[in-house]
Design a protein around this ligand. Sequence first.
Ligand code: SF4
Length: 479
Amino acid sequence: MEKKYINKPLAFLELPRELPSAQEPETRTKHFGEFLEPFPQEKTVEQSARCMDCGIPFCHSACPLGNDIPAFNEAVYEGNWEKAFHILDKTNNFPEFTGRVCPAPCEKSCVLSIQQSPVSIEHIEKSIIEEAYHKGWVNVKAPKARTGKKVAVIGSGPAGLAAAEQLNEAGHEITIFEKDQKAGGLMRYGIPDFKLEKWVIDRRLSFMVKAGIKFECGKEIGKDISAEDIQANFDAIVLCTGAPVAREMEIPGSGLKGIHKAMEYLTLQNQEIGGETTATGISAKDKKVLVIGGGDTGSDCIGTAHRQEADSVYQITWGLMPPEERKLENPWPEWPMVFETSSSQQEGVERQWNILSKEFIGDEKGNLTGLKVIEIEWETGRKGFNEIEGSERIIPCELALISIGFQKPKRNPLYEAFGISFDEKDLPNFDNYKATESVFVAGDLKRGASLIVWAIQEGREAAAACHDFLSQRSSVLKN
Ligand code: SF4
């Protein structure tokens, strides 16, 4: 196909990085849906031309999935979207998820980002998969033949879904067990619709069902079905139960009404949008909201609070305010530790760093009215910090959302029932994803809370290890 649009070898000099524009904050906070405006396909092709097809493509090595980014950029530039889709589909089961919510380590390592803005890889990835769905190229990945082996995948987040899809395609009979009412894990219940509308998950699940994967939702292993039953009825088990337990804030006043963990808040909002019944929703409407913690989940709370018509939103973290530009000790292609403002933060928030929470304050009825904090000063090298005398104050708030990360996978009785042991870091002991003779572990359960792209990669790797195990067992039985 004729190469058009622009002079590719020099495109990176001629063209700036461009992304779809977003609805203005006052418009997008009136609804919960995704808010990026349409972007002409010609412009995406132009953006792909910025790729320099580097001799050593750092984007590729930075992607846990090993996506062949220069190759799909070139295919998009050629106008061959179907070829681009097949390149992407080889390594990534769910580009429609990563194209929306991956923090894109590929872009952080893009060689172009040494001097300029990186290639808009994540947007190109999303454009490829959406074009593939539109044109009907996404296929049902049904196996050519069945092996007769049965695998239980427990947990339906990105790791579980990826493991299930890979093992099903290899011919094994797959049943996914999910404790929640619908499949998707944190993608469905933790990520707000304004970042990932849930029809995107449902669309992929419909392909998986057509490929023969069975879903048993609303079934918690160890409660509704015993671990013994699972072991008796399946040849192998892939555990992808995540690291869902949030860290606690152990300061006085934590029992006051109006203090919630971020994931509890986000889940209830997602359940409401998804039409599931909820016991008691948590609403930010007309409240002074305080988000404690500076990560992505904290940002999701900010965006949700705006859409619930919060009176004001304040965010604190005990960490240092990052610099505007990379420091010498944080060179490319490392992950840049620089100041960023998320789309939710752009919608309005007052942010403060170096703040240590001391005590929640409440009224006589037990309702939260504020958080007593103190400013801190970090020692060189972040070895420790000192409280700044006289800097104590109270931040008024009626709703506090705690977003300070997740605990390592808990040592719950389920894992014991499967015979899994844990190391001193509270992570399962394993050898090549294999935690016991027939139980495999992947995703956040295996590595602790991490990125969606790592979860998909782990699901794929665990599936490969499980397939090897089942294949070896088959050949032993035949001999
Ligand atoms: Fe293209 Fe950037 Fe990858 Fe180089 S590092 S091949 S410019 S996407």
